[in-house]
Ligand binder design. Structure first.
Ligand code: C5J
Length: 225
């Protein structure tokens, strides 16, 4: 590890983290959200809006791997029999294809299908933790909390998609459980740029009501010591 800890230039103010108690959490960088033909596009979204987060995440992921921090990837998706997919989620709205329907990358948002997997640019290394979650938050109905406890993690560097849905939900869950969350602003993206902006503002407002927000360059500088 390059340094045992460092201060990140963040908003609403700087935050000092002990790297041995810090994990990088990459939320849902899956083909189903990032590529045409997946869940995100079937909901009517312009998936090209999310591409901007890939390079900043890749840079932080490389630095975090070099520094030896814990890396956790998450994927949103459901069992093939949909037993973990509430009807209220499956039946909602009027998408072109619903969860479980066959699409160009396999069944939409179903574990084991090509579309459910993480994009090649950010693919987990052997041994990195991958959390499969049925909901928007990474703690709900998963082993995420137990894993963080097992590794003695107190701080999360959080990035991924989408800013206002799965990133925000996970940060709110983590905040209530006592974790310090630093959200990497340019490592998150939304189909709606205005929701991205507001999603970050909601986290850092009121003295950091849910956590801190920092650019990837600030995280990289802190990791470099
Ligand atoms: C959504 C997510 N947007 N990963 N999921 O449905 O943010």
């Amino acid at each position: 590890m390059a340094n045992s800890g460092a201060t990140i230039a963040a908003e609403p103010g700087p935050i000092t983290l002990d790297w041995s108690k810090t994990a990088l959490v990459i939320i849902d960088m899956q083909r189903d959200f990032m590529e045409r033909g997946g869940f995100g596009e079937t909901l009517g979204n312009d998936v090209s809006q999310l591409a901007r987060a890939v390079k900043p995440i890749a840079e932080v992921l490389a630095a975090v791997r070099d520094a030896g921090l814990l890396v956790v990837h998450t994927r949103e998706g459901h069992l093939p029999d949909l037993s973990d997919a509430p009807p209220a989620k499956v039946e909602r709205g009027a998408p072109r294809l619903r969860i479980g329907d066959p699409g160009p990358m396999g069944r939409i948002l179903i574990r084991g299908e090509a579309g459910h997997d993480i994009i090649p640019e950010l693919y987990p290394l052997d041994g990195e933790i991958v959390i499969d979650k049925p909901g928007k938050g990474a703690f709900y109905a998963t082993e995420f909390g137990d894993i963080l406890q097992k590794y003695g993690i107190e701080n999360l560097l959080v990035c991924g998609v989408t800013t206002e849905v799965c990133v925000n939900t996970t940060v709110r869950e983590a905040n209530d459980r006592g974790y310090r969350c630093v959200v990497i602003s340019d490592g998150c993206a939304s189909y709606f740029p205005e929701f991205h902006e507001m999603g970050l503002k909601m986290i850092k407002a009121q003295g950091g009501i849910f956590g801190w927000v920092a650019e990837s360059a600030a995280v990289l500088a802190a990791l470099a010591g």
